[in-house]
Design a protein around this ligand. Structure first.
Ligand code: TRP
Length: 336
């Protein structure tokens, strides 16, 4: 059997939140300790351009996400850890793949369809109003990220699963046309934690403004947890853990025994305030050490920059010759 190659990216918009931690960073670090597999983790800064963010915010987000991976103990000597834009082979591969991507496939992307639907609902005559090509062809850039390193396993939240399937479709079409070049990737979603709810119960996402930032100082972390929306059931009244954002957030950090005990506490009518206090203590305990390392790292951006550039060098040692083969296959060649 060929070796499994894991790859995942985080878009550099916003401050890392506990959803990124339980959904990507923490499981990624644990998995990267397995010597039988290879791991690619990167900062998807080109993807952030689809949202037309403030440039300084993109840089700040890159710094914070990189520092988070490092503070939590990613072994950057073993894993490939890099910034997407330091790998010029990726935008080049994106264009090559664009020639193998049906427009109809992109029409079906959830993120594009959501933008069109929003326009229709607000009565806009142009369904594509405000849709940039970077949003529309976002899945092709993501396919290039994935296919560039022949990754076979792509850990993502459920909302990104479709994009991984599209990468697979594009790879299949390419291989059919030009010969077996790409590995076929598969999305890996952990059903347990893939979509962490935010404070309001919807998916924790920067776009909903419902996140709990990962590195809040202790007092502010406590406040943020106290603001998680619950219902009006009184202490003593039984509560349903499966209908509670607070429970889901707690569960993402808890051991199976802790989860079971909390479920029982809900059934026994634990007060919301007490359940929140327990969630705060559990989450804070898990983050205390990382928080200290994070603060030290963030004060030294040059060290992070150096680590990213080393990672890019390592990744390009793979990407440059592989892109050479791809160029050759599609007919982008020198004249002999
Ligand atoms: N689009 C992903 C997100 O917003 C981030 C991402 C970019 C990614 N490229 C990737 C994830 C490649 C997995 C593989 O969450």
């Amino acid at each position: 059997m060929t070796q499994e190659i894991y790859l995942t990216g985080i878009t550099t918009t916003g401050t890392p939140h506990i959803g990124n931690y339980v959904g990507a960073i923490q499981p990624g670090i644990v998995a990267s300790k397995d010597p039988a597999t290879e791991h690619f983790y990167f900062l998807a800064d080109y993807h952030s351009l689809a949202k037309n963010e403030d440039p300084d915010k993109i840089v700040q987000s890159t710094l914070e996400i990189a520092a988070s991976w490092m503070a939590l103990g990613l072994d950057t000597d073993r894993a490939y850890f890099y910034r997407q834009s330091d790998i010029p082979e990726i935008p080049e591969l994106t264009w090559i793949l664009t020639g193998m991507t049906a427009k109809g496939l992109m029409n079906r992307a959830h993120s594009y369809k959501a933008a069109v639907q929003a326009n229709e609902e607000s009565g806009n005559k142009d369904p594509d109003k405000g849709v940039m090509m970077a949003l529309y062809s976002y899945p092709i850039l993501m396919a290039a990220d994935i296919l560039m390193f022949k990754s076979t396993k792509v850990p993502v939240g459920r909302d990104q699963k479709q994009h991984v399937e599209m990468a697979r479709d594009i790879a299949q079409r390419f291989n059919h046309h030009y010969g077996e070049i790409f590995a076929l990737p598969e999305a890996v979603t952990d059903e347990h934690v893939a979509v962490l709810p935010g404070r309001d119960g919807r998916k924790m996402s920067k776009s909903y403004n419902n996140t709990i930032p990962l590195w809040l100082p202790e007092k502010r972390l406590r406040k943020a947890i106290m603001r998680i929306v619950t219902n009006s059931l009184e202490p003593g009244e039984p509560k349903d853990p499966d209908d509670s954002a607070l429970y889901s957030i707690y569960a993402a950090f808890a051991s199976p025994e802790q989860r079971e005990a909390m479920r029982q506490a809900y059934r026994d009518g634990i007060a919301w305030g007490a359940a929140k206090q327990q969630a705060f203590e559990l989450i804070n305990e898990e983050l205390i050490q990382g928080r200290e390392r994070y603060e030290a790292l963030i004060a030294e951006p040059a060290r992070i920059e150096e680590t990213l550039l080393e990672g890019a060098q390592k990744a390009r040692a793979w990407a440059t010759p592989f892109l050479g083969r791809i160029r050759e296959a599609v007919g982008i060649r020198g004249l002999k």
